[in-house]
Structures are given as C-alpha cells and as structure tokens.
Design a protein around this ligand. Structure first.
Ligand SMILES: [Zn+2]
Length: 147
C-alpha cells in the first residue's frame, strides 16, 4: 500500500495531484460554513479523467449539512451518471490535514473500489492513503444481494 508521510507537499507532487489540489482549493472558497467556520474543499477524479469539485454546505438544521467530498460526488453523478472514482483530494486550512469522515468514506466506497485519498491543507502539505487503508470494510452493494 502507498502511504506518503505528512511532510509531502503538493508543489513537489505530480501535475495530476496539483490539478486536483487547485480544483479543491477553488471549490473551498465557495464553502457555506457559517456554523462550523471550517471551509473545506474537495475534488474527485473519475476513471475517465474528469474532475469534479465541491465544498461543504452547512445548514441551520445540522442534519442537512453535506461535506465537500459528497458534494463533489453528487455533482459528478448528477452530471455523468454512474462513475468510478480514482482519486479524492480534501483540503482544509488545518495544520494537520483532515481525512474524509465516515459518511463520506461510505459514499466514496459506492463509486470507487480503492481510490487514492489525499488529505491536504491549504499550504499544500498532504498525506496519501489508499481508501482501503482508512476504511477497510465498507458496506458494499454485494451485501444487499446475499442472504
Ligand atoms: Zn464527510
């Protein structure tokens, strides 16, 4: 499994990763986060190479909040239908980059077998983990057809 140390920086990464980062940072600026005060951006790349981005959208009824990762995925599915996610990048302004939450990992697992998960801060420091490293046993659709 591939795991990069927290000291990795986007500037020293590949153009593919830098492109995801730029998209996530731009989306983050649109965050509606008047309750948490935390702007979060995300970008996903599908197996066709297309990138979709999203931000967190909070709501006064907290259950109506949606994370940046799920915003990006919902946008992607609504535009292209079923897709396979190859990469996810999440960016916040925290010193220690945040991984996707459990709910987002479950949704990522619906559309990606084992994508790369980058979690970064706005300074470009990031970690890279494979999906399965941080969510080893997602609930997959196969469970629904087994008895
Ligand atoms: Zn989340």
């Amino acid at each position: 499994m591939t795991t990069k140390p927290i000291s990795s920086n986007i500037a020293e990464s590949t153009e593919e990763v830098r492109e995801l980062f730029r998209n996530a940072v731009l989306a983050r600026e649109k965050a509606h986060c008047i309750y948490s005060g935390h702007k979060v951006g995300a970008a996903i790349r599908t197996n066709t190479g297309k990138i979709f981005s999203g931000c967190n959208v909070e709501n006064s009824s907290y259950g109506g909040c949606i994370c940046a990762e799920r915003t990006a995925i919902v946008k992607a599915v609504s535009e292209v239908g079923f897709l396979e996610i190859s990469d996810v990048l999440v960016v916040t302004d925290s010193r220690d980059p945040w991984p996707p939450c459990g709910m987002c990992l479950q949704v990522i697992g619906e559309f990606g077998k084992n994508p790369n998960i980058y979690f970064a801060n706005v300074k470009g420091n990031f970690s890279l983990k494979k999906f399965i490293e941080i969510f080893s046993n997602p609930f997959r659709r196969g469970f629904l057809s087994s008895k």
